[in-house]
Design a protein around this ligand. Sequence first.
Ligand code: SF4
Length: 228
Amino acid sequence: MKKLNAAIAQAWPRISVTSKLDGIRSWSLQALDTCPGSIESPGVLVDACKGCYATTGNYRYPNVKAPREYNRTDWQRLDWCDNMVQELLKDEYFRWLDSGDLFSVALAEKVLEVMIRTPWVDHWLPTRMYKFPKFRQVLDAMRALPNVSVRFSADSVTGEYIPGLHGSVIGASADTYQAAPGVSLCRAYEHEGRCSGCRACWDKSIDLIAYPAHGRKMSRVIMMKQEG
Ligand code: SF4
């Protein structure tokens, strides 16, 4: 009984901090395992996910993986929304899913509840779950909230996107977007890979964020794309 009580007492959402985001906190899941929208066809990932940053570098360390694995089932607890609201009491900005995706409608509905109950927080949630019709209702409800920026991620790594649908895209280089209307270019690369005060991803008035491709893995994906 003592052991059981200890386990219950420890149940709490695991929050992570990504250095890029100026210390802004995030609730995340394990990449790819929770990303049904990353699959183009059986055994084949969409281009953007082939070079996913969350499958390389620090993300491979056990201490980074462990909280993401834990969160995968922890959200099912009855008091998870209450815990998250409490956890966010002092946050001004929050990033959902620095890695992973909203793999379940029930999870998405709980995240929506947290967003509604934390109006003092600006939430940013990137996702590919818009590809599945059963998620559209809950994603539309999130998008209707004034404090929530839901960005539908394009699959391209060379800058192609659908205006009015996609809210973010990866491009081969910064030059791809210099003159594109309604597009804000992520300039973290000018600040040693950090946001440095930029909060464009949270800004609902910006239609599309374009991220210059970075990282060796992504470079290989783009090279193969261009060759093939
Ligand atoms: S666009 Fe701005 S807020 Fe978004 S990741 Fe880049 S630097 Fe950060």
